[in-house]
Design a binder for this molecule. Structure first.
Ligand code: NAP
Length: 489
């Protein structure tokens, strides 16, 4: 494999919540993969920080197990794991008290290196940790903080959180993570859009009929029932992940691929989003799997709230009020317990203005699909003549731009979204992180939709386990003469 690893500066990464689910499943296995790829300098340190009492050796054992469980089949030499574990430390610390802060300060003192603090804890602790980092002299100009979603639950709380963090850190020190932006295909989308002459002239309401963004999951709320019942698909998925994908698809070409140039353009898209009309939104709640209720209960049972009005599915239609997109519908859809796990952005182009072929020759629209998972890749459907005798019959064939076809898979180094984004933090590159004003603008658009449901006591429509959501969601497009793309694995 050709190594394209770009070394990063020497760093210390403190993971608050270093014993938690996210740290064990994503952050630590991801760091280990970067270590194996040769990207983690020998003297770099990863410091786990949480309340649980243990020493660094105990933490290393916990991380060893986490890598075994969540390493995702990554093969490595035993010596590599030992060397990585040797770069780990642990501090028992209380974000809400004074315990452990002196020890952490001593560990971080006097080192000339990048200092990153990953807040992999409940959002209610973000402000507390930021304040204590400053109190203990760690919030200096070199420090970077990484904050996880959810970033607020509405505009007011997001503003308050931005304000709190801004008390201790400058905007260029704050990395608000949305792991969708770290996905390979999302970056490839930008390469395809802005690296080719082919697409940009067609990328507007004159040639594009509509755009669909689907993020479908087969899992239910799992162990996150209590959190999810207070959140719902709108807050958990649309306000952040789907909105970010929408921005990348719809934004104007930035002057350069630099953090503020990209984020300025994304912000303009969010600010140009039309308010969503009530009949342009469909909310759903999944039902239990028939004959398997104990294993796959319905949403209300799963969240432990028989009266829950929280949505596990949402489909909506919006438009962007600017010269490029005026009149082009954007359909967004996300849900749990759906037919297949699939994340895809689809750009459906308009019909040719006039067909020179006989009516029965068939007619197909060009469709560009950008698939985030599974089978990441980009496909463009083009119309060609069906080969063989029998006159002119038109068929639709995919021009596949996925890596599996174009590039020898052995030459491609798989990099998970989290590993890429953590390395970007160390490099000091904020391009793939949300800026504070973007997050607030996204909430400003989302809030009235949620408030409207609350005012109307809106009850989500039930939908079958393993389906494509409530039938009203199909209607949302059908009444405009369109169809959702099939959700396929
Ligand atoms: P989690 O499993 O509940 O872990 C929470 C961590 O915080 C634990 O390490 C816990 O350790 C520590 N902690 C709790 N109270 C503390 C305190 N007072 N002082 C210091 N440490 C404290 O949560 P998680 O699933 O990892 O999620 C962490 C964050 O990531 C949350 O904001 C979540 O919304 C976000 N997130 C998670 C996922 C995911 O897949 N898990 C995905 C996206 C975003 P002790 O109990 O030992 O203190």
């Amino acid at each position: 494999m050709v190594s394209r690893v770009i070394p990063v500066d020497l760093f210390d990464l403190v993971i608050f919540g270093g014993t938690g689910d996210l740290a064990r499943r994503k952050i630590l296995p991801g760091l280990f993969r970067r270590f194996c790829a040769g990207q983690m300098p020998d003297q770099a340190r990863v410091i786990g920080a949480a309340r649980s009492e243990m020493d660094s050796d105990g933490y290393r054992e916990m991380v060893r197990e986490a890598i075994g469980e969540f390493g995702g089949g990554h093969t490595f030499e035993p010596a590599q794991l030992e060397a990585f574990l040797g770069q780990l430390e642990y501090v028992a610390i209380d974000a809400l008290g004074e315990q452990g802060w002196k020890e952490l300060q001593a560990l971080m003192a006097g080192t000339e290196r990048v200092e990153a603090y990953y807040f992999s804890v409940a959002p209610s602790l973000f402000g507390e940790i930021a304040e204590r980092l400053q109190k203990w002299g760690m919030a200096d100009d070199q420090a970077r903080i990484v904050v996880e979603k959810p970033f607020g639950r509405d505009l007011e709380t997001a503003r308050a959180l931005n304000k709190t963090l801004a008390t201790y850190f400058n905007e260029d020190q704050i990395y608000r993570i949305d792991h969708y932006l770290g996905k390979e295909t999302v970056q490839n989308l930008m390469a395809v859009r802005f690296g080719n002459m082919l697409f940009e002239p067609l990328w507007n309401s004159q040639y594009v009929d509509h755009i669909q963004i689907t993020v479908a999951e087969t899992v239910g709320v799992g162990g996150r029932g209590e959190y999810y019942d207070k959140s719902g698909a709108m807050r958990d998925m649309v306000q952040n992940h789907l909105m970010q994908l929408l921005c990348l698809i719809a934004m104007e070409p930035p002057a350069r691929f630099s953090p503020d140039a990209v984020r300025d353009e994304k912000l303009k898209v969010i600010r140009a989003l039309e308010p969503v009309l009530p009949y342009h939104v469909v909310r759903g709640q999944y039902q239990a799997e028939p004959c398997n209720e104990a294993k796959n209960p319905g949403f209300r049972t799963a969240v432990g709230n028989p009266r829950s009005r929280t949505e596990s599915f949402i489909a909506l239609r919006t438009e962007i009020s600017n010269w490029r997109w005026a009149g082009t519908p954007f359909y967004l859809r996300t849900g749990k317990r759906m037919q297949a796990r699939s994340s895809e952005i689809t750009v459906v182009f308009k019909d040719t203005p006039h067909s020179i072929f006989a009516e029965d020759a068939g007619r197909h629209r060009n469709v560009l699909s950008i698939r985030l998972q599974p089978n990441e890749g980009i496909t463009l459907g083009v119309t060609i003549k069906e080969p063989g005798p029998g006159g002119m019959r038109l068929i639709d064939v995919p021009l596949d731009m996925s890596y599996a076809e174009a590039i020898n898979p052995d030459d491609v180094e798989h990099v998970d979204a989290y590993e890429r984004l953590i390395m970007d933090v160390i490099r000091g590159n904020q391009t793939l992180f949300m800026r504070g004003d973007e997050v607030e603008a996204a909430w400003a658009w989302t809030d009235p939709i949620i408030k409207g449901w609350e005012a109307r006591n809106d009850v989500p429509k039930p939908y079958d386990h393993g389906s494509t959501g409530p039938t009203d969601s199909t209607e949302l497009l059908r009444r405009e003469g369109r169809e959702w793309r099939q959700v396929t694995q």
